[in-house]
Write a protein that binds this ligand. Sequence first.
Ligand code: FE2
Length: 201
Amino acid sequence: MQIVPNYLFPTAVWNTLFDDWESFNATLLEQIYRLRDQDPAGVENTNVRGWQSPNNVQNLPEFEPLNLRILQVCQRIAESQHFHPDLVLQHEAWININPPGASNKIHFHANCHFSGIYYISLKPPECGSIFFRDPRVASRMLTYPTTQPTEFTSDEVRMDPEAGRMYVFPGWLEHGVEENRSDQDRVSIAFNVVAGKRQVD
Ligand SMILES: [Fe+2]
């Protein structure tokens, strides 16, 4: 007897690794620490003991190569999901510098189609992972009495951080970042993307 599962309403976390990440990230890293030196207080958001930039990286010319890649990756994902072809993607992005001991509280991003993270500099695995929590967990009446989690029974999933890798996920998917237990900064850029109508000038 063959029993076949059909997975309904799957949650996708897409990822891609940039081939040229070493030189690409080295340039970004210089710009990032220069920005932090200009604004050492940063903004307070989900960061615990870390530094977060304002959500304006999308407007900074020196980050244009990264902004273009964010949009390119999300455009490909949008096409794979049959978004209307006349829509344009718009994004906002910000920098996270998590020094040793820093983390990000669990949160989600309302009103955006995609959210994501691009890793620039870190020391895995001690730097901590991004983790995703099943938003349906609150409506579960029972936890599953398992000896090990499966894709079906787990309610929290960690994804390995890696310099040069980008993860993209739906904005409604709850996520956080574990404490950085390494001896160096964990540097990343996070972003939100919305597909909307082209603006007429
Ligand atoms: Fe986030």
